[in-house]
Design a protein around this ligand. Structure first.
Ligand code: GLC
Length: 743
């Protein structure tokens, strides 16, 4: 080609390319604001493409817009780890061999750390695993309030107090979303039991709704800026929560300004009209009108699929309704899959195991330690007996949708053996047989729990060995089998199952250094509490459970966990059960009335007579060292609504080893025109102190710390009058109190 022609040819070729480049569509230009990209993408979509975004295309995914290069949305359970891949339209495993995850501790354990830094760490680690597995929505965390100790899913949530759950859920969400994965906080709302979960219609006062059951969701949305939220199965005011006008449109969108996506629980959608108008964006898990779920076009039968499309085409439902949903879904996509700056995540990452272990170590609660039974003094120990099925039973398998296929799970027995090594002999006795099943959706526990001996033989063996051992570590509690700590059903009673009480008493009779470790997510009756040396709440700690528990038992780690819920002596000491009214729990003919109202947990037990005090109260947890508190000092004796109040208190480690203490601040409104709890948690700080070290801890209170929700005014009210600040090491162990006036 003549040399002078080349530039002309080049220009002729380049120009259209440049022109094309110059026309990069706004939705594909990540330098443009997300809202512009949303509008541009929406404007390019057909009605069919819009409707397809609003419902599942498989068990855990929904369509993207292939024509426009907009990817699919992939959801994954759950709050404690990334669920193994399931087949397209099945619950059973897809049979992948590269999807074994880190099993993090249950969220009750995370809440028991009372350490928001641990929440952030947790969210980042689980977010990295979700990101690596190319899931852009994590179906968690759960923050339903612990109202009854029988609720099968309390282990997935963050306890009884709205302030603690709020403070602990926000960093988890921030951590997950820092990985470019949407957290989907659940189950919104009033899903406080598993009994009749698909059909129970909850009645609750606005005071209890706004003061107890909504705050953690509000914090998740407003402070955590959650990109997604999951509606719950139950009903509220006669409407299913997955398409509930008041919860989703009036409160979530209207009052809280939520701009994310509302996802249904799986099978939580019941009709097209409500799903269209009452705030739902994405429908998952619907049974398809009697069609078998494997029917080829089953997903077209979803309420937000063909029926929705046809009603829009017929002009029955305006297209603006689907546009509103698609905007929310596209916004989530531009925050996740369409964000080119997302990190890449990681999997099988030792840092995740490290995080899981530290969260577990900080969450384990030392409930009782008579005569300093713990820590185990290895140098003076010849033989340790470990007793109980939960010392060997896998707990990462089962429990419902939070069940996992973990890369590994260190059992309490393995953890203790690894830690003790040759320093002492560690022997094991089964002690009792609980539930030998350990499989879920095709993931099978690797431990063979079969046992032929009788209960008496097992007890006799354990007692004989206890006689000759320096320590007896009983590892029992509940498990992830149905009607224990498991989705889909509540527990039938408050006591330990499988006759564990008889065995614990027999062991304690023989050996005063009997330690009871409860592996559980709920409180249980402990009739043997005053006969055993130590009691430890070991939670479900996931992959690193055995290492963390052993570290606490031998004293490598000084326990610092505090209870996120009240442990009463008897079931009827819980308000929901004290009223002895089936309407209050578990409901009658699909109707349940929360007559316990705002007096849940310590808010109830504070009002009880001395002889009904909790066995172990909210915020309780012992240490291997001791702490002394100074007097709480306020920076003012009077404040107005506009002011903030500074509270300072010193805390000193008066023992011989380093340890962390959770300084708790409660507020008491001494005189109010509406009934209020005696005190309410409004601040906490976890401080690590060396022996002899003292630290000034400062809290800042404002009107929100003093307010109650006035349902008549539909507003938060800080009522002038006398208040008290109570500083405590737990709800019952108040170390200092000081009054002030709100003018
Ligand atoms: C389950 C649970 C929900 C879970 C979903 C998907 O029924 O209620 O927490 O995320 O369905 O498995």
């Amino acid at each position: 080609m003549r040399s002078f022609l080349k530039p002309l040819w080049a220009a002729a070729l380049l120009f259209p390319l440049q022109a094309a480049m110059a026309q990069t569509p706004v939705y594909l230009d990540d330098s443009k604001p997300i809202e512009d990209r949303v509008e541009d993408a929406l404007s390019r979509m057909t009605l069919e493409e819009k409707v397809a975004l609003c419902h599942a295309q498989s068990k855990f995914s929904s369509a993207g817009v292939p024509r426009l290069g907009l990817p699919e949305n992939w959801m994954t359970d759950g709050p404690h780890g990334i669920r193994p891949e399931v087949a397209w339209d099945e619950w059973v495993q897809a049979g992948w061999t590269n999807d074994s995850c880190m099993a993090f501790p249950a969220l009750t354990c995370l809440a028991a750390t009372w350490n928001p830094d641990m929440s952030l760490r947790y969210g980042r680690a689980i977010g990295e695993e979700a990101r690596y597995r190319n899931k852009n929505v994590l179906l968690g965390p759960g923050v339903n309030i612990y109202r009854t100790p029988l609720n099968g899913r309390n282990f997935e949530y963050m306890g009884e107090d709205p302030y603690l759950a709020s403070e602990m859920v926000v960093p988890y969400i921030q951590g997950v979303q820092s990985c470019g994965v949407a957290a989907c906080v659940k189950h919104f709302a009033l899903n406080n039991q598993e009994y009749d979960r698909f059909g129970v219609d909850v009645e609750v006062s606005d005071r209890a709704l706004y003061e107890i059951y909504l705050p953690a969701f509000k914090a998740a949305v407003q402070r955590g800026e959650a990109w997604a939220i999951m509606g719950s199965y139950n009903l509220y005011r006669g409407q299913h929560c997955c398409h509930n006008q008041r919860l989703l449109n009036d409160i979530l969108r209207g009052e809280w300004g939520f701009d994310g996506v509302v996802v249904s629980d799986w099978g939580g959608v019941h009709n097209t009209r409500e799903a269209a108008y009452n705030g739902l964006d994405m429908e998952f898990g619907t049974g398809t009108d009697g069609l078998s779920v494997s029917a080829s076009d089953a997903y077209n039968h979803y309420f937000l699929a063909r029926p929705f499309l046809e009603q829009i085409k017929a002009g029955v439902i305006p297209e603006s309704v689907v546009d509103g949903k698609v905007r929310n879904i596209l916004r989530m996509m531009f925050r996740t899959t369409m964000n080119p700056n997302r990190p890449y995540g990681s999997f099988e990452d030792p840092a995740h195991g490290e995080a899981a272990r530290q969260i577990a170590e900080e969450g384990i609660v030392l409930l009782q330690n008579r005569d300093n039974t713990l820590p185990i003094r290895l140098e003076k120990t010849r033989k340790i007996l470990v007793v109980g099925e939960n010392a060997i039973k896998m707990m990462t398998v089962g429990g419902g949708s939070s069940s996992l296929k973990a890369q590994y799970e260190i059992s309490p027995l393995d953890g203790l053996r690894a830690r003790v090594g040759s320093a002492a002999e560690v022997v094991y006795a089964r002690g009792y047989v609980g539930n030998i099943d350990g499989s879920y959706n095709g993931v099978v526990s690797k431990v063979d729990l079969s046992e032929s001996r009788s209960a008496d033989e097992l007890l006799a063996e354990a007692v004989a060995l206890a006689r000759e051992s320096d320590y007896v570590i009983f590892v029992g509690g509940l498990n992830k089998n149905s009607h224990q700590d498991c989705e889909g059903g509540d527990r039938y009673d408050y006591g330990l199952p499988y006759n564990q009480d008889r065995l614990i008493e027999a062991l304690a009779e023989i050996n005063p250094r009997t330690v009871v470790v409860l592996v559980s997510g709920n409180s249980v009756a402990m009739p043997w509490a005053d006969r055993v040396g130590a009691i430890v709440e070991g939670w479900y700690c996931g992959s690193e459970a055995g290492h963390a528990l052993a570290a606490v038992l031998v004293g490598d780690v000084n326990p610092s966990g505090k209870l996120p819920f009240t442990m009463c002596t008897r079931l009827e000491d819980y308000h929901a059960h004290a009223l002895n009214d089936s309407l209050v729990y578990p409901g009658v003919n699909h109707r349940e009335v929360y007559k316990d109202d705002i007096f849940v947990g310590y808010r109830w037990s504070d009002k009880q007579k001395k002889n009904h005090r909790p066995l172990f109260c909210f915020g309780h947890g012992l240490s291997y060292t001791t702490f002394e508190y100074g007097k709480a000092v306020l920076d003012r004796k009077q404040m107005t609504e506009a002011d903030s109040l500074r509270v300072c208190v010193s805390v000193k480690n008066t023992g011989s080893r380093a340890g962390a203490e959770v300084v708790q601040l409660y507020v008491s409104d001494l005189k109010s025109s509406l009934p209020r709890p005696i005190k309410e948690l409004k601040g906490f700080r976890k401080v690590m102190l060396q022996p002899g070290e003292s630290r000034e801890v400062e809290f800042v209170l404002d009107r929100t710390s003093l307010s109650y929700f006035d349902d008549a005014k539909h507003a938060w009210v800080a009522e002038p009058g006398r208040f008290e600040v109570l500083i405590g090491a737990s709800a019952e162990d108040i170390r200092s109190r000081v009054g002030f006036e709100l003018k």
